[in-house]
Design a protein around this ligand. Structure first.
Ligand SMILES: Nc1ncnc2c1ncn2[C@@H]1O[C@H](COP(=O)(O)OP(=O)(O)OP(=O)(O)O)[C@@H](O)[C@H]1O
Ligand SMILES: [Mg+2]
Length: 510
């Protein structure tokens, strides 16, 4: 028998962080078995609302009803008991444990002797995975898994703990088109079994494809929503930002051809000492954006870290504007003309405890135009920061606020602001728009095109194929550590790239 999901009402939820009202009198109804899209700009309050529902945050006021009963959800454990599950924007798995250990954590199956039985856990997880069509290896350690596989583990974990209402916070931001198709198939099957699903996403087409209803948030409030049929993509976008979004400008073409970044026969090892990049050779010219497409875990991460000076090259060399930088540190490369927007914003891009103003001069303290870092009077630093924050639309644009208080997308904008405002010859942009909203994506895309038009060399690494296709002059596909395919946007499409990315296509497209 199918046990159907309970109806859920969030009524008049308000949640403040100091002066910021992250949720301002928000009400939301989740009908049993529906897929409900939750959209809004960066910082609109989507994650906050769902963290309140999942017991990670307590509301300042407002009530929650599950199956018609008022409840207090003090913790995620309490949420799980009510049948709620959540897959977070930043995964929360324990890297050093296995899939089965992560899935069963907190409700471990016991063996014959009454103690934790790894074999029993793996069997149960394998059965659950098979039942839901979520392929995983129960014995594998999390740290060895691709992002797509880690996400399947998160979903299995929620299901193992009995979730009938599944909250997914930007689940497709890190997936390939094929993985997105697989995820959608799983979500539709879960829905068919009566599960309610909340889908937070910046990709409005996904809402159209999956959801029956949508709620649009802006600046902490619900500004609209209802049946999908009455909310085409343009309508959702308009509600989100409060005005229509201009299309990407056609670009002025550059014919210049000076190689600013030259990579020759590069070998790089991963954290486990395995060869992650194998004999990579390529150039990026001035006035050119080169897109690097690939499924996460095929060496792009190690390649980018090596180019940025954060990981040693085993073999080969790296030239920035004709200067051999292979032996330089990250700081040395920055001085030689390299800007780096890292994919892992929390670990590499920001110091969460420092202020926005401090983060904006991070790593630039020795550059002449940055003044003298710590010696520069705080007020001058903050005044300059305020201008950059406004230009890049970082919200709230308060230089003295700690970076950890920004929403995910606004943290990304902060890093882009720092790296793109320094006039470096070579820009290394790794997943520059991951987790940012439509308006900010359009803005960051314009900025990257502007860098290119100013004669810079841009290497764009992205798992977002639409982004690679829209911005790149040339595209490389990376698969199992090698550059296996070179093409141009006009000569390819998402499906073809996706096939090369998964090794299912030889070197030549038909
Ligand atoms: N722990 C916190 N401390 C202070 N402010 C916070 C905290 N968490 C969220 N905020 C603020 O609350 C607001 C809403 O943030 P939230 O993370 O809910 O946005 P979001 O809609 O999920 O955005 P994104 O699309 O960027 O993930 C933002 O202004 C953010 O800066
Ligand atoms: Mg969020």
């Amino acid at each position: 028998m199918i046990e159907s999901a309970p109806p859920i009402s969030l009524r008049h939820i308000t949640r403040r962080f100091g002066p910021v009202v992250a949720n301002d009198d928000v009400s939301l109804e989740l009908a049993p078995g529906e897929i409900h899209g939750l959209v809004g700009e960066n910082g609109a309050g989507k994650s906050t609302l769902m963290r309140v529902l999942y017991g990670l945050l307590q509301p300042d006021s407002g009530t929650i009803e599950v199956a018609g009963r008022a409840v207090r959800i003090h913790s995620p454990a309490a949420a799980m008991r009510l049948g709620l599950g959540m897959v977070h924007q930043h995964f929360m798995l324990v890297d050093s444990l296995t899939v089965a250990e992560n899935v069963t954590l907190g409700r471990e199956p016991l063996g014959a002797l009454g103690s934790y039985s790894p074999a029993a856990a793996e069997r149960e997880v394998a059965a659950l995975a098979a039942r839901h069509g979520l392929p995983v290896d129960p014995g594998a350690r999390i740290e060895t898994l691709s992002v797509g596989a880690q996400q399947r583990v998160e979903i299995l974990k929620a299901l193992y703990h009995g979730a009938r209402v599944l909250i997914l916070d930007e689940p497709t931001a890190v997936l390939t088109p094929q993985e997105v198709d697989d995820l959608f198939r799983v979500l539709r099957e879960l829905q068919a079994q009566g599960t309610t699903i909340v889908l937070i996403t910046h990709k409005l087409a996904e809402v159209t494809a999956l959801a029956q209803r949508v709620t649009v948030m802006r600046a902490g409030r619900v500004v609209g929503g209802g049946a999908i049929a009455e909310h085409p993509v343009e309508r959702m976008a308009e509600l989100m930002v409060g005005h229509a979004i201009p299309p990407l400008h056609a670009r002025a073409h550059h014919e210049e051809c000076v190689p600013l970044l030259r990579v020759r026969l590069l070998d790089v090892l991963d954290d486990r000492g395995l060869q992650a990049v194998k004999r990579a050779s390529f150039e990026v010219h001035s006035g050119e954006i080169v897109g690097l497409a690939g499924v996460e875990g095929n060496g792009q991460h190690e390649l980018v870290e090596c180019l940025a000076g954060l990981r040693r090259a085993q073999h080969g060399d790296i030239l920035i504007a004709d200067r051999d930088c292979t032996a330089l540190t990250a700081r040395g490369r920055a001085a030689a003309g390299l800007a780096h927007i890292p994919s892992d914003r929390l670990r590499r891009g920001l110091v969460p405890e420092m202020t926005l103003a401090e983060n904006l001069v991070l790593g630039r303290q020795r550059e002449p135009d940055a003044g003298h870092g710590p010696l520069l009077p705080r007020r001058a630093l903050e005044a300059r920061a305020a201008g950059v924050l406004a230009e890049y639309d970082v919200r709230p644009p308060e230089p003295g606020r700690q970076a950890r208080q920004l929403s995910g997308g606004n943290q990304q904008k902060l890093i882009a602001a720092r790296e793109l405002s320094r006039g470096a010859a070579v820009v290394l942009a790794a997943h520059p728009t991951r987790g940012v909203d439509l308006g900010a994506i359009a803005f960051l895309h314009q900025r990257l095109l502007r860098e290119r038009d100013a004669g810079r060399a841009v290497l764009l690494v992205s798992s977002e194929l639409s982004e690679i296709l829209a911005l790149s002059d040339r595209i490389f596909v990376m698969y199992e550590g090698r550059l296996v395919h070179e093409t141009r946007p006009a000569e390819t499409d998402e499906r073809t790239l996706g096939l090369h990315m998964t090794g299912r296509r030889g070197a030549v497209a038909p």
